[in-house]
Structure formats: structure tokens, C-alpha cells
Design a protein around this ligand. Sequence first.
Ligand code: 6PG
Length: 254
Amino acid sequence: MMSDPRTCLFATKQLAVDFILLEWQDAAKKAIGQKGRFVVALSGGKTPVDFYRKLSKQKFSYWNKTHIFQVDERYVAPDDADSNFRTLKRILVSKIPALAKNTYPMVSRNSSIEKDAQAYAFKMKEFFHLKEGERPCFDLILLGIGQDGHTASLFSKGPSLREKERFVTISHSSKHPHERLTLTLPVINYAKQVIFLVTGQDRADIIRRIFAGEKRLPAGYVAPQEGRLTFCIDQEAASELPFWRYFFKQGGKK
Ligand code: 6PG
């Protein structure tokens, strides 16, 4: 049964990034203690880049036991400026030698996007030693939220949000560039921990709408069955939340 989401509000994005690093370390220690490896899925976009940069500076003894999958990817060449894997590789993977063999790009440029979707799902089935009917269980999934409420590459229009069987599906949106591959809700909601990192004034409206319980926003469908869900929001993205506005109007007085 899903516990209530945890909401952590931070005065700055840097403080949110510092917090997520602590969560990462806790989750890694627990996962490696239990099964000898730490398996995460990381989102693309711009928001998490500061976190990936901070991660790249960490001298973790367990980098060789850390495995990185992608949450989603634009169907572009690996050297395309819009490639999430290109960003992840440039900021993080290229800085930590142990990650070179433990990071799994979503796009492998097989003959088609459908073949790549199937290949990534098969990679997860093999990696997690899944039997028929089982799902991959990530220790930690890091997500962002777009101004329209999409997360991963799950958009309100189209079938991707409603996919109930596949681990990886194809999606696209008229408002966002490129066809994409994305993990589906059955995988995301089976994770041990999901963290949303949402920052910036341009996310204040969508955060207000999500917290007001507006229906049919993709991010609103992220509800880990057994895992923990945490919103890490900076002051700007939280600025339209009533309680946050009240707090700051009072100048933070107790
Ligand atoms: C992508 C991302 C996407 C992202 C949100 C927020 O491939 O675009 O995975 O879901 O998390 O769109 O994007 P920003 O972090 O760039 O604002």
C-alpha cells in the first residue's frame, strides 16, 4: 500500500540537490547491503543536470556496484544535443570509470524504435532475472515534471500513460520534440523509491495544479505501490502553493 508522498521544500535548488544526494547514499547503502548492487533509473531534461554534476564529484566506494538505466530517451542519434544519454554521459558517466560498463542506454539504434523498446525491456528482464509476470524493481527512480505535467516521457495524450503491460513503450507529443522511449507506470510504480526534482518559477503553476489534485496530469499517476514517493521542490516551484506563500508572506516567522 502506498504511503503518502513526502514533500520537501528547499530555499534553493542546490539544497534540494544536496538532499537528494543524501537519499541516494542511504538507498545505495540499503540496496548493496541487501543484494550487493544499487539499481537506479535517471531522467533526462535539464533539471537533474546539477544533481548529476554533484554525483560526478563523489568518490563512492560502491560505484562499481551501481547500475544506471534511463527513464526515457528521445529517439535521436547518441551524439545529438537532445539525447538524454549524451547529457548523462557527458556530465556523469564519463567522470566515473566504473559506470562505463554499468550504464545502459535506452536507444541502441536497432532497426526501429519499436525494436529498441523491445531490446531495452529484454535487457531489464535479463538484468533483473525476471520470471514471467514479474516486473523490474528499481531501488531509486529520479523524475522531473514538465510544465504540462508530463513525467518521464508519459504524456496525457496518447497511449503511453495507459500502458499496463510493457516495461518500455514509445511515446510522442506534439508539444515536445522527437519520438521517445519511456519506462511505463507499471515499472515506475514498482520502484522502492521515486523522487521528483522540480525547480524554477516556470513549474509553480503545474506544482500548484498537482498538489490541488487536478486529474489527468501524468505526474499525478506516479504512486509507488510499496515504495516511497518524495517531491523535492525549490522555493520558486513551490511559490504558488498556499502554505508556502503563507510561510514566505510571514517572512518565515514561527
Ligand atoms: C525528458 C525528461 C522529461 C523531463 C521533464 C522536465 O526527456 O525531457 O525526462 O520528462 O523530466 O520534461 O524537463 P526539464 O528538467 O528539462 O525541465
